[in-house]
Design a protein around this ligand. Structure first.
Ligand SMILES: [Zn+2]
Length: 474
């Protein structure tokens, strides 16, 4: 299959150039300018004239929890440790049918927003195979990282709770290690050169027992999986981790050989300068989630400092019910702005850095550095057509204009692996109207199913609230 995208303003590295891109077998086969462009058109089976549009690499949402697309509207004004009680209560009642609808609802939003790749850090391993199938259906490029963990936050944080409430909060308990192995072995056979690639998704290192951390390393070594995990997202976690690991949780991960270039960690808000240096030295990617970190009051990642220390960074929207919409334009703008207050301006993140985080940085987090994130011969054709006229800028097309003045409304078409998945206002990868209808039909029964667990969450909230305040001194 071959296709020419002709007469576009193509983003090559950080500058736009007028030319034509030839796509063959899902990859960028050639880029031509002037007379060379005509030769490319002759080679292609079909040509699309994109005069007046910009062609950019697709964005990567490098930290997302797809199941939470079924939890839109459940937002509250609580920090992570209390917010999680409600999210877990809802999450336990998401069956495989609703999970598929959540995955495709998120995919529809992201494809419309120019996001071609996503790391889905969810759901629990027991729902892994069904979710894998839904991701294949989505048309997106996916780093699929099903959760596993075996340590409760309330134990880590040292919270007291009555036995009956403990039983309610802990529910059915964690999937046994055997099941974790079974699911990843099963997923490993489906893994390969396809759009959906499996990553190990330990929920967070502090939520894994020493035995489970060993299993993480073993599965990684046996199957060659990359890994994705949360790391030091909140101050409460930082306090609790310092109590359990006097040298720090990052040093513990390093001691176990878990820090490597195929690991991406989400948040990292409370990393110490020494820990940032260690992550830089090991080639770990830190995924910045500026909207979610603000929504949950978790803090502001010192992204400029991480950059100066040489830490590779991606950009993520996190859950739909913490970060709001999965809008890479909003996230890029936030990433450049939130670190500025009170800091010297020569360190401020600029638009090009934020754009790189949302493209090449995310590609590295997915384990696809060098394969996606740039328009370059040989890379996968994960591309987005943008109408820069929407920016109404008097300047020549630039990354600055793209980041500051464009948004989802400027996205005209989205392509993954050489196939159009969104074009002219319509999702082409699957029937979006059907998904919306099915989701609306499933909503009332889902809310009903959650009632009993939400009552437990409210009780746990009442019990944990003063203990969290005492831990944080607020
Ligand atoms: Zn997260």
């Amino acid at each position: 299959m071959s296709l020419c995208i002709a007469n576009a303003d193509i983003l090559i590295d950080t500058a736009f150039r007028h030319g034509t891109v030839l796509i063959e077998n899902g990859r960028i086969a050639a880029i031509g300018y002037g007379d060379d462009a005509n030769a490319l058109k002759m080679r292609a089976a079909s040509t699309v004239d994109t005069t007046g549009l910009a062609l950019i690499p697709g964005f990567v949402n490098a930290h997302h929890h797809s199941y939470a697309n079924a939890l839109r509207g459940t937002e509250n004004a609580l920090p992570l440790e209390l917010w999680a009680l409600y999210t877990v209560a809802y999450g336990r009642n998401i069956d495989e049918k609703l999970l598929r609808l959540a995955i495709l609802t998120g995919a529809a939003e992201m494809l419309r927003n120019g996001v071609t790749g996503v790391i889905d850090h969810s759901p629990p391993v027991r729902r892994g195979p069904a979710s894998f199938a839904a991701h294949v259906e989505s048309g997106m490029r996916v780093g699929f990282a099903p959760f596993f963990h075996d340590t409760h936050d309330h134990d880590l944080l040292g919270f007291e709770l009555p036995a009956t409430l403990r039983a309610g909060v802990e529910g059915l308990g964690f999937p046994p290690a055997d099941l974790v192995v079974d699911v990843f072995v099963q997923l490993a056979t489906a893994n390969g050169a396809g759009r959906v690639r499996v990553l190990l998704g330990p929920n967070a290192p502090q939520r894994c027992s020493p035995g489970l951390l060993d299993l993480w390393a073993r599965l990684r070594d046996r199957h060659g999986f990359g890994s994705h995990t949360h790391l030091l997202e909140t101050r409460a976690q930082a306090i609790a981790c310092a109590r359990h690991w006097p040298d720090g949780i990052v040093a513990e991960m390093d001691r176990r050989g878990l820090l490597d270039a195929r690991l991406a960690v989400a948040h990292g808000v409370w990393l110490t300068p020494k820990e940032r240096d260690l992550l830089a030295a090991r080639g770990v990617t830190v995924v910045h989630n500026p909207a979610s970190n603000l929504m949950l009051g978790s803090g502001v990642l010192p992204a400029a400092d991480l950059r100066q220390r040489g830490v590779r960074m991606g950009l993520g929207s996190d859950s739909a019910n913490t970060g709001g919409s999965a809008d890479p334009f909003e996230l890029m703008r936030l990433a450049t702005m939130i670190g500025r207050v009170g800091s010297a301006w020569d360190s401020w993140l600029d638009a090009e850095t934020a754009f790189a985080m949302a493209t090449t940085g995310g590609g590295a987090a997915m384990g696809l550095g060098g394969e996606i994130g740039k328009i370059e011969t040989g890379r996968m054709a994960d591309l987005v057509l943008i109408d820069l006229a929407g920016s109404a800028s008097t300047e020549a097309p630039s990354v600055e204009t793209l980041v500051r003045h464009c948004g989802p409304a400027c996205v005209r078409a989205t392509m993954v692996g050489g196939a159009w998945v969104y074009r002219d206002g319509k999702i082409l990868a699957f029937d979006e109207a059907d998904i919306r209808r099915e989701l609306a039909d499933a909503a009332a029964a889902f809310r009903e199913r959650c009632t009993a667990e939400l009552a437990i969450a409210r009780e746990a909230h009442r019990v944990f609230d003063p203990q969290l305040r005492a831990l944080l001194g607020v």
